[in-house]
Design a protein around this ligand. Sequence first.
Ligand code: ATP
Ligand code: MG
Length: 288
Amino acid sequence: MTENESSGAPLLVVDEITLRFGGVTAIDRVSFEIRPGELFAIIGPNGAGKTSIFNSISQVYEPQSGDIRWKDKTLRGLRPDKVAARGIARTFQNIELFPHMTVIENLLLGRHMRMKRSFLSGSLWLGPARREEMEHRRRVEDIIDFLEIERWRKSPVALLPYGFQKRVELGRALAMEPELLLLDEPVAGMNLEETEDMARFILDIREELGISMLLVEHDMGLVMDIADRVMVLDFGKTIAEGTPEEVQRDPAVIAAYLGDEATFSKVSDVEVGADDLAAVEAMHDAGA
Ligand SMILES: Nc1ncnc2c1ncn2[C@@H]1O[C@H](COP(=O)(O)OP(=O)(O)OP(=O)(O)O)[C@@H](O)[C@H]1O
Ligand SMILES: [Mg+2]
């Protein structure tokens, strides 16, 4: 990141938010900022409140106190689709795609909010609607090329290997042309090769597309490699914030992770069998 990109007003300001579910305080007076061009990561043990922060930014959850501002304007009270329309897109911890629809169709749905005319209106406004649809398809094809999923474009998402499904989900978020991308565990369950591919795409999204990112991930190797700054949550509270080097040295962070040094070099334990991949590819080649 250049000096220029890291300076200037923050894009997103999370200001002392607190979110409770009954007796559980999922987020406890948490504050942070994301600057233009920045890759900001949130880490923390299971149940620390990371996904709750995503849901608060998206206005899926409504924090009891505090404020969330995007370019100096509060997001509080907006519907989630309005938050997305302002330029904040997200992926989900568990893949949320339409499994029986093709890759192209799933990505076109991501462009839905950018469409002025619905496809239905085509009967009335055939010319403009057709032109607009062509333009959306062209944008979607660009994203498919960018994410190197050309060979799967017309396959139902359910037939894709898991790592490629995660890539399609990323593609759908990119189709919204966001300025900030919220990535909730983008490499969870991926093998080493898939993880490395995803890391490359995340870095390319920042460098080539100039999109800022908020990354939540348990894969410490990935976070420490690619994040500009890291915030560490434990039981809903911020226990550290700084560069990857700073937080790794922080005693409170080491304690929260039970002093498990291996945590910071772990990549992923889950292996997708090469046989599984070959079987799905064969099915694809057979025109399934
Ligand atoms: N809709 C909900 N209703 C009640 N409790 C919830 C809800 N969503 C989250 N919580 C609780 O809030 C706390 C934080 O959960 P959250 O999902 O934000 O954690 P997380 O850091 O994303 O964990 P993980 O790493 O396992 O994904 C947990 O105690 C969780 O049980
Ligand atoms: Mg979570």
